[in-house]
Design a protein around this ligand. Structure first.
Ligand code: GH3
Ligand code: MG
Ligand code: MG
Ligand code: MG
Ligand code: MG
Length: 315
């Protein structure tokens, strides 16, 4: 068993001589002591400076130690602060009341100091073990959250990945169904991207995808709108509570944003910079149409846009 570290001990005791004896003992153990001589003072001191452990007299004028314990233990910050009752006589009924109020342990006044020392040490030991375990658990939880977040991001572009999209699409679909509002999906595909890689190289292709993703992301104006990387050089936007006209507006904005960057694309058959084609589909999801069918219809519209000459959107 490792030696307990220096701890702040609050001694609650209304009789001066008793307080002095306990104080000396606590100091000798290497801890920092504080004394409160009545219940109100105890609550005030405990609140101001959260102690590591409280030695609590039961019999005091005004509010007794059991009531003080009850009040402190109601607060979440005191859940792991051990309260050792220091009793005059071991009255079973009183002790039960003390444990019900949240006391950790008790010692009888005037008993061998070794008894108080032992109980104090083991209560502190347990407290620090619980603290350590809670810390490890919260660190683990944080790490899991971080990993979860990372697993939803596309490594290359930093926007949501396919998993993120699938998840969001499902949630938004169900929300649209509940609210009887329209949901739009916009499939976007970089034109002649194979030729981009072929002429400028794959690393340049990667850089291009990053810029495109970033530009598309900037065009998402509402908190409920989002664009994810669907795979390869394809992106997908979900626009909540948006009809075909609204979706076409956003799509045009995205197309223009890509135009404006004028990313040199010598292999393109459309023009000499990077362009996008897209397909739009939207529905109020309360009929027979499934999530999958809506995506397929956006994909068909995308194919149509390619057929019609690229650098455009179809509905
Ligand atoms: P279209 O206009 O019909 O869309 O023609 P395309 O060449 O863009 O379409 P295709 O599907 O034939 O080619 C897609 C290309 O995108 C091929 C693939 O190597 C490239 N690509 C997919 N993912 C990445 C990536 O992460 N980085 C790079 N550099 N290229 C990628
Ligand atoms: Mg007393
Ligand atoms: Mg493609
Ligand atoms: Mg393409
Ligand atoms: Mg293709």
């Amino acid at each position: 068993m490792e030696e307990p570290r220096q701890s702040k001990i609050l001694i609650v005791e209304d009789e001066q001589t008793n307080a002095l004896i306990t104080r000396r003992l606590v100091k000798n153990l290497g801890h920092i002591d504080q004394v409160a001589t009545n219940g109100y003072e105890a609550i005030g001191m405990a609140t101001a400076e959260l102690p590591d452990l409280i030695l609590m007299d039961i019999m005091m004028p005004d509010i007794d130690g059991i009531e003080v314990t009850r009040q402190l233990k109601r607060r979440p910050e005191f859940f792991n602060v051990p309260v050792i009752m220091v009793t005059g006589a071991s009255d079973a009924k009183l002790l039960k009341e003390a444990f019900d109020a949240g006391a950790t342990d008790y010692v009888t006044k005037g008993s061998n100091p070794i008894e108080l020392t032992t109980r104090l040490n083991s209560a502190l030991q347990l407290k620090y073990e619980v603290e350590q375990r809670m810390l490890r658990e919260s660190q683990l939880e944080e790490a899991i959250n971080r990993l979860e977040q990372l697993s939803l991001l596309d490594q290359l572009t930093g926007i949501g990945n396919r998993r993120y999209f699938d998840d969001l699409y499902d949630r938004q679909w169900r929300a649209a169904k509940r609210k009887h509002c329209s949901i739009a999906v916009v499939m976007l595909d970089v034109d002649d991207f194979k030729r981009y890689n072929d002429t400028l190289g794959h690393p340049a292709g990667d850089e291009c995808l990053k810029k495109v993703a970033n530009a598309l992301n900037k065009e998402m104006r509402r908190p409920s709108d989002s664009v994810s990387r669907y795979g390869g050089e394809e992106f997908v936007a979900i626009l909540f509570d948006t009809d075909a006209r609204g979706a076409l507006e956003v799509a045009e904005r995205m197309r223009k944003a890509i135009h404006k960057m004028k990313l040199h694309h010598p292999g393109s058959r459309v023009c000499d910079f990077v362009t996008l084609s897209g397909g739009i589909a939207c529905v109020i999801p309360d009929g027979d149409l499934t999530q999958k069918q809506l995506l397929e219809s956006a994909d068909k519209a995308l194919y149509q846009a390619k057929e019609n000459g690229r650098d455009r959107f179809s509905v």
